[in-house]
Design a protein around this ligand. Sequence first.
Ligand SMILES: *Cc1c(COP(=O)(O)O)cnc(C)c1O
Length: 234
Amino acid sequence: MTSIETNIREVRSRIEVVAKKAGKRPDRIMLVAVTKTQSAEMINQALKAGINDFGENKVQEAEKKFSGITEHYTGFHFIGHLQTNKIKSLLKLKPILIHSVDSFHLAMALSSALEGQYIKQYILLQVNTSGEASKHGIEPSQLLRIAQEIAILPRVQIKGLMTIGRLSNNPEDSRQDFKLLKSLAEELTKANIPKLDIKWLSMGMTNDFEIAIEEGANLVRIGSAIFGKRHYTV
Ligand SMILES: *Cc1c(COP(=O)(O)O)cnc(C)c1O
């Protein structure tokens, strides 16, 4: 078995253990392998080892790798900060879900870029739950208003919320961020905004995914636990 296969098995079994403990069905939790800085060959290996979904955070890096991806996959997820001038290039890669929509302006640019097409781009709204200045994301107090505005756009469909837990040596510190995202999701659902479908709560990474699942995550984004430490040389 390759080390990637072993790592994927281990991550899946950790997801299963914590989901069962929390009274949740493990098969309802989507594992997105975060492949930023990893080569197309590594992505192929992960897909061969049973990964269906992978995520990248930079449009140009993803574009470069795509021709090298030869194994079948279900979904390409975009999880990084998106600039409007990269939207066209990103849409060509047909992301199944864009996790990082953090303004009405960006959602509107996405919707406009799809004019004349029959598809609806599925998106998540990224929320800055920790309040850290270094993080992108909608401020919690603005979320309801921005979600209402975005829900009216014709060619994007909100499918849930995404957050990144705060930077800390102690993963327990992220719990408050995940709790907040969950409660915001409940608030949005209660608001009964037409066309809103809060299906996904994308939260939890290598260091804090178990805590995220305990707090209601049904999509976890995991890089280093699968591929090892990243080397920022590419
Ligand atoms: C890099 C990244 C991840 C994965 O991080 P790991 O700690 O390696 O699991 C998840 N989400 C986002 C948005 C990322 O940029």
